[in-house]
Ligand binder design. Structure first.
Ligand code: M6R
Length: 614
């Protein structure tokens, strides 16, 4: 949610690296963008509504190449509006001290109204509606010759979340950054130091990074970084090497990141599974969980917490934990969970699922669970993310950077990790070694099965074309496939703006069936697993109301196919693996629907990749 970049060098112009960094972070928000460039003489601010490309055009028009080289320090921002409309005035960077100080911010200053009133009473004049401008003015009021100390003092007055970068003409060559609740990473290169909301904006410069912790404030110079607490106590933060390179964050010849990420799934699943199956004892090896069998066996209940696609993975997790490990499990929407004073304690296991590891509600749910003494684990993709660190134990997806706002490869890896967790849990509770070995075999075969689904791409595209004019759609699933129906509907909603609803197959007739008709396609998940016959019955109910039915059907299952107008074929799997192959088919369906409708697939309207506000 909002992307920030900062660049500091002695010799290299900041302009190009900042704009390129913003392009990498554009998935975090894209309603406006801006940059502040500092030289020895001045700070210049450029802002535009719309995408980073608009900002780039403005810079090309107003800042000739020969002038750029003098600006070797700068900060930049791409916005997802929280306070105030997406206008140029509300775009970051925000300035204070007569334009001498500039600041970019990701997060929300909750007490901004009270702070603004105090500053106005002291004569400060505001031009925007944003919380961020309040922070910029506040920092300026504390500046008595030490920028780091001014930032620290201002932040002590702030309630809320922030990842910020600040520059000032009064402190040439220096940038101060800080974080609390919003991610911030510092890349330390040979000729420059670059700061960003995530490593995708850094890896083209360096793979040596420092992840700031909540409450850290840092002075960033071209030669390196000094980190302090807000009380000015120096702290040391370990330098880490990023696993992947710049190529991983490129489209690699695909038209969209979403399509690239869908097609990466055989590989990402291999990475998720690699080294984690024990084919001797028929269990999984999840070292990061750090839970010996005795602890696993003593867990009485699991809650699996997430939002959006991660919540759907959590819902699949319930079926897996209960069917494979006899562990009572409830999936929980993170925001609901955190505010319902949840009944959770030392015999419960809270598993937080989050691709980004930064989702505000999921993080708060983790804190709530830790505070109530539960055992807490995380399933995250982004290494070093806040949720991963605060949970303290967990399993990384190793799915590589997911750039498209619509989550795809993260979902299949999340479900695969939950499956491996269920296997491990199950082996401490009720699964025999033989059953465990069979499951290992199945999990190991998933990448190839997903590869088979991808071969259906053209056929799925043709089916999507038939239904591209529909304005309403239903997705039906039963049992373990119900969350996949929700996920299929979410993908369609997000990227093609078609109204799509996921339902338990049997629930449709309790009301929503009133909406069915010949212009309301139903996508029915008819994989050949227990429950299929019942879902076929529900399909017949839909067809009796003239609704066309697209069935997701197991290869060779003519019986299921004959009940459908169109058929998307997926390979045969057990029930436990069915959500994974089915989700991939639905991702392709949603992708083609959006493409045919001419939607902007990687950056759908109103959305942001990482939701770091409540
Ligand atoms: O990073 P997280 O997995 O915590 O994100 C949760 C949701 O915001 C995310 O899954 C969202 O629903 C995606 N846009 C779905 O495609």
């Amino acid at each position: 949610m909002c992307g920030i970049v900062g660049f500091s060098s002695r010799s290299v112009s900041a302009c190009g690296p900042l704009v390129n960094g913003l392009r990498r972070l554009e998935y975090r928000g894209y309603d406006s963008a801006g940059v502040a460039l500092a030289s020895e003489r001045d700070i210049r601010v450029f802002k535009r509504t719309g995408k980073v490309a608009e900002l780039d055009r403005l810079l090309n028009a107003e800042l000739p190449e020969n002038e750029r080289s003098t600006y070797t320090l700068g900060i930049a921002h791409t916005r997802w509006a929280t306070h105030g409309l997406p206008t140029e005035v509300n775009a970051h960077p925000h300035v204070a001290d007569g334009g001498n100080l500039a600041l970019v911010h990701n997060g929300i200053i909750e007490n901004y109204a009270a702070l603004r009133a105090k500053l106005e009473a002291r004569g400060c004049v505001f031009v925007s509606q944003t919380d961020t401008e309040v922070l910029a003015q506040l920092v300026a009021t504390f500046d008595r010759g030490d920028l780091l100390s001014a930032v620290s003092q201002a932040l002590k007055q702030v309630e809320g979340t922030y990842g910020i970068a600040v520059i000032s003409r009064r402190h040439p060559g220096e940038m101060v950054v800080a974080r609390k609740g919003s991610p911030l990473v510092i890349g330390v290169g040979e000729n420059a130091t670059i700061v960003a909301s995530d490593v995708s904006a850094i890896v083209s410069h360096t793979r040596q990074v420092i992840y700031l912790k909540d409450g850290d404030v840092a002075r960033v110079l071209p030669e390196g970084v000094d980190v302090f607490t807000l009380d000015n106590v120096p702290v040391s933060r370990e330098m880490q090497e990023v696993e992947w390179d710049a190529g991983a964050a490129e489209k690699g010849g695909f038209e969209h990141f979403m399509l690239k990420e869908i097609f990466e799934q055989p590989e990402t699943l291999r990475n998720t599974i690699r080294g984690r199956l024990d084919r001797v004892d028929g269990t999984s090896v999840l070292a990061g969980l750090n839970l010996p069998p005795r602890d696993l066996a003593s867990i009485r209940r699991a809650v699996i917490i997430g939002c959006g696609t991660s919540l759907h993975a959590a819902m699949v997790g319930k079926y897996l934990f209960e069917s494979l490990a006899d562990l009572p499990t409830s999936p929980e929407q993170a925001a609901e969970f955190r505010y319902c004073n949840p009944i959770i304690g030392p015999s419960d296991w809270a598993v937080a699922v989050s691709q980004s590891g930064e989702t505000a509600d999921t993080l708060a749910a983790v804190r709530e669970s830790i505070g109530k003494g539960a055992l807490v684990s995380a399933i995250c993709n982004v290494v070093g993310s806040t949720i991963a660190r605060e949970a303290g134990r967990g399993v990384y997806l190793h799915a590589g950077p997911e750039i498209s706002v619509a989550s795809t490869k993260a979902f299949t890896s999340q479900v695969t990790v939950l499956l491996m967790m269920a296997l491990k849990l199950g082996r401490t509770r009720r699964l025999s070694r033989e059953e465990g070995l069979r499951l290992c075999e199945e999990i190991g075969g998933l990448p190839d099965k997903v590869g088979e689904v991808l071969k259906e791409n053209d056929r799925i595209a043709a089916i999507a074309a038939k239904y591209a004019e529909a304005e309403d759609m239903f997705f039906l699933g039963r049992g373990i496939l119900y969350p996949t129906a929700l996920e299929g509907a979410l993908k369609v909603k997000e990227i093609s703006y078609v109204h799509a609803e996921g339902y338990q197959a049997a629930e449709l007739k309790h009301g929503p069936i009133a909406l069915l008709g010949e212009h309301t396609p139903v996508v029915a998940l008819l994989n050949d697993i227990p429950g299929k016959e019942k879902t076929i019955g529900n399909v017949q109910e839909c067809r009796a109301r003239r609704a066309p039915v697209v069935g997701v059907v197991t290869a060779g299952d003519d019986d299921a196919a004959r009940h459908c107008n169109d058929v998307i074929v997926v390979p045969r799997t057990s029930a436990a693996c069915a959500p994974i192959v089915t989700a991939v088919a639905l991702q392709l369906f949603a992708y083609h629907l959006a493409r045919i409708r001419g939607c902007e697939i990687d950056q759908p309207r109103n959305l942001a990749k990482s939701v770091t506000v409540e």
